[in-house]
Each structure stands twice: as C-alpha cells, then as structure tokens.
Write a protein that binds this ligand. Structure first.
Ligand SMILES: [Fe+2]
Length: 199
C-alpha cells in the first residue's frame, strides 16, 4: 500500500493572519509531501529487501519509516486540529479530563506552551493509555521524546518551517496565536475514540 497526502481541510489562506497562506502552501505541499514520499520510499526499500533477503540497508529504512510516518501522522493531526472557526476552549469529556488531569484549562495551556517553547519538533497533548491520563509531551523531530502508549490528541508543529517566515524567532507569539485557531471538535472526537478503544 502507498500513502497519499490529503488536501488541507480548508483553503490555504483560511488561517490568516495567524498562519499565512505562503507558510501553509510550503508546509503542506512541500514539507508534508516530503514525509509522505519518504515513508513510501522506505516501505518500498523494506519490501525489496525482504524479497531479496539483502538487509544491508534495512536498518536505515526502518528508521526512515519511523521518522517519515510520524511526520505524516502528526502533520495530518495538526491540519485537522486547526480551523478558521477555532479559538474556543474544549467542551464535554475532553474538557472534564483536562480539568481532572491538569487542574484547569489554563494550567494545561501554560504547560503545553512550555512544551512548545522547548521542543525541537512538536508539542503534543496525548492520551496516555498506560496510565489512563492526559499528558503534554515535548517531541524532538517527529518521534524523539514520544511516550509509549501515548495516543496523540492535539498537535502543534514548532519546527521552524511552521512559523519562522511569519514570526521570525518569536516562537512564543506563534504558539499564542495557535490557540486562536485550535478547533477542539477534532481533538474531542479523537479523545472520545481513544478512551473507548483503550478503557
Ligand atoms: Fe511541519
């Protein structure tokens, strides 16, 4: 099977002024496409090596699958958890769990922002299926610092390609503006699904 890049769920200029049309075009069409291509290429290498029983470059291909599949999955999440109608706070089950596990929405947001300011990759809100609780994690690249059993609920891409053209080195301003385009309907549905799968 090969993986394909879905279109953005909104127009390229839909998140302006928070994220510019130019950044979304580069980010989606070039960077995200690169991960999809990288994943497909690595899967092909693995399949060829299994066929030929020559595993000399399989370890590299395995690492490439991890890197590129994680990049693809997290970018999909990132696009889906934003929308021009965003900017509200979570409701329902997810809101209750955020309050239970972090104390308040504000405490969650402060901690998530800290992860976003430190990560060399992503800030993620994950549902930790091992300990049955929500956690913020700071991920380098697309996978380093991930937690086993952590099911991603909300993603913020803090690679420089995500914000530098619009914000320069002011990553904190980007993260602040990110919350104005977070559409919690998608993370809420994702959380409900994760809980039902793992409880
Ligand atoms: Fe990215």
């Amino acid at each position: 099977m090969s993986y394909e890049l879905d279109s953005l769920p909104y127009d390229y200029d839909a998140l302006e002024p928070h994220i510019s049309e130019q950044v979304l075009r580069w980010h989606h069409d070039t960077h995200h496409q690169g991960y999809v291509n990288g994943w497909n290429g690595a899967e092909e290498s693995l399949a060829e090596n299994r066929e030929s029983h020559d595993f000399s470059d399989s370890a590299g291909a395995i690492r490439s699958v991890t890197h590129n599949s994680s990049g693809h999955i997290l970018h999909d999440l990132f696009w889906q958890n934003m929308s021009p109608e965003g900017g509200d706070q979570p409701e329902g089950e997810l809101a209750d769990r955020i309050e239970e596990d972090f104390g308040s929405y504000e405490a969650w947001e402060g901690e998530f922002s800290a992860a976003a300011s430190d990560a060399s990759g992503w800030a993620l809100l994950v549902y930790d299926t091992f300990s049955n609780q929500l956690r913020n994690v700071a991920v380098d690249d697309h996978d380093k610092g991930a937690i086993w059993g952590g099911h991603p609920i909300l993603a913020c891409d803090v690679w420089e390609h995500s914000y530098y053209y619009d914000y320069g080195p002011a990553r904190g301003d980007f993260v602040e503006n990110f919350f104005d385009v977070v559409d919690w309907s998608e993370p809420s549905a994702r959380f409900d699904q994760a809980v039902s799968l793992f409880e």
